[in-house]
Write a protein that binds this ligand. Structure first.
Ligand code: 13P
Ligand code: SF4
Length: 308
C-alpha cells in the first residue's frame, strides 16, 4: 500500500492484520478491488484463480473482497467455513440479467441443449446449469461438451468471443457487463493516436468492435501473466480500472494506460478497508446458500474445475 506517515489507512491495515489472525481468517480479493484492499489480501486473482484458491483454504474463515456471486462460489466450495462479504450490496448487474425463472424457461425451450454458465451468475442459476466457466476457461469448457449446440449465459460478449474459437453453435443470452460495455472502439483509436507503440489488451466482456481492435484478449489473470512476459513498454488496458493497480505494482518499468475514464465497476468499489475491518470485528456479513441449491451449484462449479 502506498502510504505516508500518519496515514490512517496504515492503522486500518494493521488492525485488519491483527483481527485476521484472531479470527483465523484469510482474505481473498478480486483483481478489480480497490488497490488498498488488494494490498491487505492474502491472495488476489481472477475469478478462476479465486474459485481454485477457495478450494484450498485451510483457515477457519474467508473474507471475500469481491462481488456477491464470487463470495457465494467460495461458500459453495467451502460449506463448513464461514465466508464473509464486507458489503452484501456488492452485486453484479450482469448476474441480475439472468434471473433463475428466465433461465428455467429458456431451458424448457431448448430441450437437450446443455447450459454453460459464466460464474457471474447467482447460486440459484448455477444450480440449474450443466457446467460453469470463467472468462479464462469459456472456450475450453464449451469444447469439452459432446453436444454441438450450447446455451451460454449470461454474457453475450463472452459468448460471441468464444464463438470465434469453436465450431459449436453458441446460443447467446442478452446479458452484458455495464462496465465493459462502456469501453468504445473510439477510446482505442484516440489512445493509439497518442501512444502509437502501445499494445492493446482487452477483456472478453468487451464488445466485438473493441475485441477486433485488441492485440490480446485475456482474462484479468491472463493479463497479469501476459504483462510480466511482454516486451511492450506501453499497454492500453481494456478492462476494469482496478487491475491497473496490480499491473503497475508488479511492472514498475512499464506504463499501463486506462482505456476509458468510465471503466470503474461501482459494485467492486463498494468494498473498502473500513468494511473489511468491520466484517472481521463483527463477523459480518456471512454468506449463506441453501444446502440444496449449494449441492447442485457445486456440481456445475466442480465440473468446470475438473476439465480445466
Ligand atoms: P475475470 O477476473 O475472470 O477475468 O472476470 C472479470 C469479471 O468481470 C469479474 O466480475
Ligand atoms: Fe459484474 Fe462487470 Fe462489475 Fe464484473 S466488472 S462485477 S461483470 S458489473
Amino acid at each position: 500500500m502506498s502510504t505516508t506517515a500518519g496515514d490512517p489507512r496504515v492503522e486500518l491495515a494493521e488492525r485488519i492484520a491483527k483481527l485476521k489472525q484472531e479470527r483465523k481468517a484469510v482474505i481473498l480479493a478480486h483483481n478489480y478491488q480497490l488497490g488498498e484492499v488488494q494490498d491487505i489480501a492474502d491472495f488476489v486473482g481472477d475469478s478462476l484463480e479465486l474459485s481454485r484458491r477457495a478450494t484450498e483454504v485451510e483457515a477457519e474463515g474467508i473474507v471475500f473482497c469481491g462481488v456477491t456471486f464470487m463470495a457465494e462460489t467460495a461458500k459453495i466450495l467451502n460449506p463448513e467455513r464461514t465466508v464473509l462479504i464486507p458489503d452484501p450490496l456488492a452485486g453484479c448487474p450482469m448476474c441480475d440479467m439472468a434471473p433463475v425463472e428466465a433461465v428455467r424457461k429458456r431451458k424448457e425451450e431448448l430441450p437437450g441443449v446443455p447450459v454453460v454458465a459464466y460464474v457471474n451468475t447467482t447460486a440459484d442459476v448455477k444450480a440449474e446449469v450443466d457446467i460453469c466457466c470463467t472468462s479464462a476457461s469459456a472456450v475450453k469448457v464449451i469444447e469439452t461438451l459432446p453436444e454441438e449446440r450450447v446455451l451460454f449465459l449470461p454474457d453475450k460478449n463472452l459468448g460471441l468471443w468464444a464463438q470465434r474459437h469453436t465450431e459449436k453453435e453458441i446460443i447467446l443470452w442478452p446479458g452484458y457487463c455495464p462496465t465493459h460495455q462502456r469501453i468504445l472502439a473510439h477510446d482505442i483509436h484516440r489512445l493509439k493516436d497518442q501512444h502509437p507503440e502501445a499494445v492493446v489488451i482487452a477483456h472478453p466482456e468487451c464488445t466485438p468492435d473493441v475485441i477486433d481492435l485488441a492485440d490480446e484478449v485475456l482474462s484479468t489473470g491472463q493479463m497479469i501473466r501476459w504483462a510480466r512476459e511482454a516486451a511492450a513498454r506501453e499497454v492500453i488496458v481494456g478492462t476494469e480500472v482496478g487491475l491497473i493497480h496490480r499491473l503497475k505494482k508488479e511492472n514498475p518499468d512499464k506504463a499501463f494506460i486506462q482505456i476509458s475514464p468510465l471503466t470503474t465497476c461501482p459494485n467492486m468499489k463498494l468494498i473498502t478497508l473500513e468494511k473489511v475491518m468491520w466484517a472481521l470485528e463483527d463477523m459480518r456479513h456471512p454468506v449463506e446458500v441453501p444446502a440444496e441449491v449449494a449441492a447442485k451449484a457445486r456440481r456445475a462449479i466442480e465440473r468446470m474445475l475438473a476439465v480445466i
